[in-house]
Design a protein around this ligand. Sequence first.
Ligand code: NAD
Ligand code: DAU
Length: 367
Amino acid sequence: MNILVTGGCGFIGSNFVRLLLESDRSFRLVNLDKLTYAGNLGNLADLSGDPRYRFVKGDICDREVVDRIIAEESIDRIVHFAAESHVDRSIDGPAEFVRTNVVGTFTLLEAARSAWLGGGKDAGERRFLHVSTDEVYGSLGETGYFTETTPYDPRSPYSASKASSDHLVSAYCHTYALPVLITNCSNNYGPHHFPEKLIPLIILNALKGQELPVYGDGSNVRDWLYVADHCRAILTVLERGVVGETYNIGGNSEKRNLEVVETVCDILDEVAPPLSGNAPRRSLIRFVKDRPGHDQRYAIDAGKIRNDLGWTPEVTFEEGIRRTIDWYLANPEWSAAILSGSYQDYYSSMYSERLQERGGESAAPAG
Ligand code: NAD
Ligand code: DAU
């Protein structure tokens, strides 16, 4: 396999590249990443000497660069992670989400169509795997699960841009017979997760004794999956998935946000140096102004990938959250490099007002 991974310096992409490079599979892997604020070469620094691996700094919207890589490296697999991925940023500035997530995916599809099918060629064993999200399905009430046939109902600029990209990918399969696969996954967590997202933000704030912002009343539910399990699922779909099919991927691990935050607090109280005055970290929890249009509940029915391809998650939330906390404790330089940069501006613009408005209002007991 000659694989083009897009967005391989981000959270999930870098965990996927690591999974491949640590396996004994024979392949060539090119990682195309623009290195936005979310892309971090340090995520793969220890693996950069591997002769199977090449990094290219570039934009998926740049057709020339994409064409050049596909031709130079005889690319026969594309695993497409690159995206703007944070819902809150999409609410503040949707344009970049449309550019990267929609136009970028379109550019990759066109490049693959031209290289793999141009002049009446047969795509053969080539595959285009598009990594997407469960957020395209909208929001659930207290019961029910997203299946592969749940109608799309995206509700944020982020999920709308991902839904658009999913539709384009499907259309290229139906119209041109481009051999595509789509995965729609629930919330990931684990090492190298950028601290704009709930779990790493809470871990790093709680370590420093800073306030822990919980949107609304903390009752929103997410289905958490350890990132290594997601990466194994993607590899399974790449190697054994049926062309044209969509596979939902989830952790079967629904948690309310408040429960997640409290779990992180309790584990840190156990394994990290105590806060001054031995205050329990739960005392740092602050309920703040809600995210506009905040989806209430996501939950995945992962029956299809389990039954058809034999994939199931291996890491429970209880195990995965401890591993994740251990990783952040063991890698303070990784977080320090992020926290000392433009992240400070992001954090102030996102949280200063929220925390001031609700300042001092601390968490109700768990319930
Ligand atoms: P991330 O934000 O951590 O990483 C995105 C990566 O893409 C970064 O390395 C960034 O530099 C790169 N990138 C952004 N724009 C680019 C461009 N125009 N050209 C080239 N590279 C570009 O994202 P993530 O959390 O790792 O998510 C990866 C993919 O998985 C996304 O498509 C996301 O929608 C999807 N997904 C994420 C989750 C989750 O919980 N994080 C769950 C399901 C699906
Ligand atoms: O479901 C898959 C999606 O999961 C992915 O497609 C997205 O790329 C990924 O970012 C994630 O989206 P969420 O919006 O669910 O993740 P986030 O970590 O931003 O928020 C998780 C929940 O926590 C959500 O209900 C909002 C809440 N939250 C988040 C932050 C950052 C807070 O209460 N406080 C916070 O400070």
